[in-house]
Design a binder for this molecule. Structure first.
Ligand code: KG4
Ligand code: ZN
Length: 342
């Protein structure tokens, strides 16, 4: 499929509470990147309400796609394919993007490419580092997934370890909620942690067999706050945020050190919404001191966006790996080798 000509992919993303579309050239160059967030709506409810998310996607998806095409100064005739997230995520939300993309391909004759959202997050690195090539090792930290993944090539992955229960982003959001912080909690905890001291010690999130577990950490924070309240103690929220952040991130970094100590790794990368966390980004610099290359997507590409979907779509496109009209949403889609969650 690689004919040497430039390839323009329209990416579409609607797996959660962002409706996004983007045009990316050759998997690397962002020509447009439109993200319409529903955060303000869901904040009223303290988290994403799936039905409201789907309805909002339906209302704005066409406008978002038209904006992305306009910003990139292209028309459908200039495109080579449409790439759409088909999992993992909220089923109703995913269905909006999948149905829209199928309709667009049916009407325009463009080929359809199905993209795993998590693989998209990994590809955000290619949009920030034009020269990055596999193999490398990626620490994947999002609202629904937590894993260390060996990226073997652009479309093949080896999951080294993953969470056995909650994802790290989910833990950030839940702890933020018990601290009374607004949704989404991750960025709020990040801010609060910067003015707190990590005075509370929590168990490691690394399990005895080298996977991750976040449900115990979440419960430990809730117990700390409840027991403190019962004893009438004044527990400083910033100290809790700082202590939780360290526990949540230190285990990931420790486990990544174990991987890099195996000696085959020359580059480490991060991916997913928690990749925006300032403490995580700071600790990643340790790997530079070990002589490794450290890749961290720019902040605007850590969270959900469609440029990363278009980038991942490009690599399926050049392999000739296309979907058809039978494509369906797959809410529980995982990377091959990733543990099914409890
Ligand atoms: O990757 P993402 O945008 O969506 C999923 O695919 O799940 O990740 C969203 C998660 C949320 O849990 C959010 O609270 C968290 O990323 N997050 C952060 C930060 N920014 C976003 N967590 C910690 N620190 C941040 N600065
Ligand atoms: Zn995501």
């Amino acid at each position: 499929m690689n004919t040497g000509k430039d390839v323009y992919i329209l990416g579409i993303e609607s797996s959660c509470d962002e409706t996004a579309a983007s045009v990316v050239k050759n998997g690397r160059e962002i020509l447009s990147n439109t993200v319409l967030s529903q955060i303000d709506i869901h904040r009223l409810y303290g988290g994403v309400v799936p039905e409201i998310a789907s309805r909002n996607h339906v209302e704005v998806i066409d406008k978002v796609v038209q904006t992305a095409l306009g910003d990139a100064r292209v028309t459908l005739d200039d495109l080579d394919a449409v790439a759409v997230t088909y999992g993992a995520g909220l089923v109703g939300a995913l269905l909006v993007g999948v149905s829209y993309a199928k309709g667009l391909c049916q009407a325009s004759g463009l080929p359809l490419v199905a993209v795993n959202h998590i693989e998209g997050h990994i590809c955000a690195n290619y949009l920030t580092y034009g020269d990055l090539q596999p193999p490398y090792t990626c620490l994947l930290t999002s609202g629904g997934h937590t894993a260390i993944v060996r990226v073997l090539d652009y479309t093949r992955y080896d999951v080294r370890c993953s969470t056995v229960d909650d994802a790290v982003g989910e833990a950030f959001d839940k702890v933020a909620r018990v601290l009374g912080l607004p949704y989404p909690g991750g960025p709020q905890i990040d801010k609060l942690a910067q003015i707190g001291n990590p005075v509370y010690k929590f168990h490691s999130v690394v399990t005895s067999n080298g996977n991750f577990s976040y449900s115990g950490l979440k419960t430990a924070v809730i117990n700390l706050l409840h027991n403190g309240a019962q004893r009438g103690e004044n527990i400083n929220a910033a100290d809790v945020a700082a202590s939780f952040t360290r526990a949540a991130i230190d285990g990931l970094i420790d486990r990544l050190h174990q991987e890099t100590a195996l000696g085959e790794v020359r580059t480490v990368a991060i991916a997913g919404g928690v990749g925006a966390n300032s403490y995580l980004r700071c600790r990643m610099k340790e790997f530079e001191r070990d002589g490794l290359r450290v890749c961290m997507p720019q902040l605007s590409l850590c969270g959900d966006n469609a440029a990363m979907i278009a980038s991942r779509g490009y690599y399926s496109y050049i392999e000739g790996d296309f979907a058809d009209g039978t494509l369906n949403a797959c809410p529980t889609l995982r990377l091959r080798g990733e543990r099914p969650r409890k």
